[in-house]
Design a protein around this ligand. Structure first.
Ligand code: SF4
Length: 244
């Protein structure tokens, strides 16, 4: 009998990740739109084949398991509604798709669960990054436009990957529709630019806050329509690891 190997375990995780709906879905959603990188969004809009399609962001994979745990924890609780898929037209011919993690009915609050490492948690206790602020306002917009929810507040439930229950941190605030509208305007502008096709990619800027990206190819200096070498040639995983 073959011994159990790390490759076997890796293959199991990659296979499971590939099969889940979120991995297959290329539609643009709030988390995509909260990325500061216009080029990454343009790759999505142009449906450019990712160069790292098979790679799994393990931290995100662990986060997905935490989402499943929270869904199970809230199941049957009348105060909560969980895991709602929403797709709405946010501008002419442009649909935004999102997955609402949890809705707290008594306070009309949309909550997004995020699994975080220790240093990120410390940072987020002090301040919520602007891309997360944008993301939760977009979830609020999606929920309202779906016609199924009243949204007064939005927030994030930070679940520590390697901490205690006492380390869980919840951030909530009133929904900011203006910020969501500004994010939609950015999408509309990029959508219009995408009409030029992949030739537009070299003109689309990257962002210093460069995170895990399926179009990243280390050291790539060639055609941006094929892959991106990272902002200033930096590996996006380094920026991400700094936050874990
Ligand atoms: S590798 Fe970084 S800079 Fe390039 S498209 Fe992806 S996120 Fe943007």
């Amino acid at each position: 009998m073959n011994a159990v190997t790390a490759d076997m375990v890796r293959d199991l995780i990659v296979g499971q990740d590939r099969a889940r709906p979120r991995s297959r879905q290329r539609a643009i959603g709030p988390s995509d739109l909260s990325s500061p990188c216009n080029r990454k969004l343009m790759y999505q809009l142009l449906d450019v084949e990712p160069v790292r399609a098979d790679s799994v962001n393990l931290a995100a994979w662990v986060g997905t398991q935490m989402h499943s745990g929270m869904e199970a924890a809230l199941k049957g609780d009348d105060e909560w509604q969980t895991e709602v898929n929403v797709g709405v037209e946010v501008a002419k011919g442009i649909r935004l798709f999102g997955h609402l993690d949890a809705y707290h009915k008594p306070s009309f609050t949309i909550i997004d669960w995020k699994s975080v490492g220790p240093s990120a948690l410390q940072k987020y206790r002090r301040e919520t990054p602007i891309n997360y602020e944008t993301q939760i306002d977009l979830y609020g917009l999606l929920a309202v436009l779906s016609g199924k929810f009243r949204v007064d507040n939005v927030g994030i439930g930070y679940l520590p990957r390697n901490g205690d229950l006492s380390d869980i941190h919840v951030y909530t605030r009133p929904w900011n529709q203006d910020r969501a509208d500004a994010a939609i305007k950015r999408l509309v502008d990029l959508h219009a630019a995408s009409a030029a096709g992949p030739a537009v990619l070299p003109m689309i800027g990257t962002a210093p806050d460069c995170r895990f990206c399926k179009w990243h190819m280390h050291g790539h200096l060639g055609d941006p329509a094929q892959a991106c070498g990272g902002h200033d040639g930096r590996d996006p995983r380094q920026a991400q690891e700094a936050l874990l």
